[in-house]
Design a protein around this ligand. Structure first.
Ligand SMILES: [Zn+2]
Length: 320
């Protein structure tokens, strides 16, 4: 027995020559099949048969029917899916509207804020705007977390740009723990610039320098609100009301002073007047680490939505 006759034994003669050598070696008992080659051979046959079936279908016109059916089925599936999605979306919109109407969405948002930050609108209640009729500004540069390059620091409050002399009122009843009603002295420009230069070389503005930059300011202590200690800061004032003295109690809405530009680079002129207002909770500023949108929403909830007479009635402190 030679190699050639062995090869003829295992392949169908006549049809087509094998692409691969299916014989590993010839043993005294006959040719030995390579299992991998056998599989390949089987696959080729299957492929051949499939092509033949397709050709038959094509010839009989049945292929068109099958393709049409497949396309129809796919189109039907796609249409149903789109209709289903639209319906789901509509239900979701309706549900959200209902939640918004009943105030549940606001509760959910507040709850999320509670987890995304240590402090939140959820904890802080009973405040009004420190300026009558004012709105929370949109610009992020006027809100907490804004960068303050000139002192290499972070803005920790809201800047309300209003006309010089606009009355500033207590956002909530509280004890005066800092007041520049008397004895305030505007730092001269050279001194202020020196402090800023020092600050810009540091990673953050030191507290004592920050205090100078606040100009003429007032701090009210609102005690514990839902277990959180809350204070408010009113800065860059032109004047402080004479009754606002350390240790005195001011009711919500009481006049604290007038808007000015003390402590700022425009002090001594009538330019750049604004109220810098901070709401500090547990020794940090409200809104820390939150996005501009979240900060704005939070302050809007605290100072606008809950403001007004309704809250004043609920506010036990203001009854004193
Ligand atoms: Zn400011």
């Amino acid at each position: 027995m030679n190699k050639k006759s062995g090869m003829e034994n295992i392949h169908n003669p006549g049809t087509k020559p094998p692409a691969i050598n299916l014989i590993n070696k010839v043993t005294p008992y006959g040719p030995e099949l390579n299992p991998l080659s056998a599989i390949r051979k089987y696959v080729y046959r299957l492929y051949d048969r499939s092509i033949n079936i397709l050709l038959d279908l094509y010839a009989s016109g049945l292929l068109y029917v099958i393709l049409t059916l497949l396309i129809s089925a796919f189109t039907l599936f796609l249409t149903s899916y789109v209709i289903y999605s639209l319906r789901e979306m509509r239900i979701e919109i309706r549900e959200n509207k209902t939640l918004a109407d009943t105030g549940e969405i606001r509760m959910v948002e507040r709850h999320q804020e509670t987890t995304s930050s240590d402090i939140s609108a959820y904890h802080i209640q009973g405040f009004i705007m420190p300026l009558e009729g004012a709105r929370i500004p949109d610009r992020s540069s006027l809100l907490p977390n804004a960068r303050r390059e000139y002192r290499n620091g972070t803005h920790e409050g809201i800047d309300f740009f209003v006309p010089y002399g606009t009355p500033v009122i207590a956002a909530k009843g509280g004890w005066v723990i800092h007041s520049d009603a008397e004895g305030y002295q505007e730092p001269d420009k050279g001194f202020r610039d020196m402090l800023l230069k020092t600050s810009s070389r540091l990673s953050d503005t030191p507290r004592d320098i920050e205090n100078i930059l606040l100009g003429r300011y007032v701090i009210l202590d609102h005690g514990l609100i839902n277990g959180q200690r809350v204070i408010t800061v009113y800065a860059h004032l032109d004047s402080v009301d004479e009754d606002v003295t350390i240790g005195s109690y001011v009711k919500q809405g009481t006049l604290i002073g007038k808007v000015g530009n003390s402590g700022t680079s425009t002090a001594g002129t009538s330019e750049g007047a604004h109220l810098h207002f901070e709401l500090r909770v547990n020794n940090t500023y409200l809104g820390k680490g939150l996005s501009t949108a979240a900060v704005k929403r939070m302050f809007s909830q605290i100072l606008e939505d809950q403001g007004g007479d309704q809250v004043a009635l609920m506010d036990k402190d203001s009854l004193q």
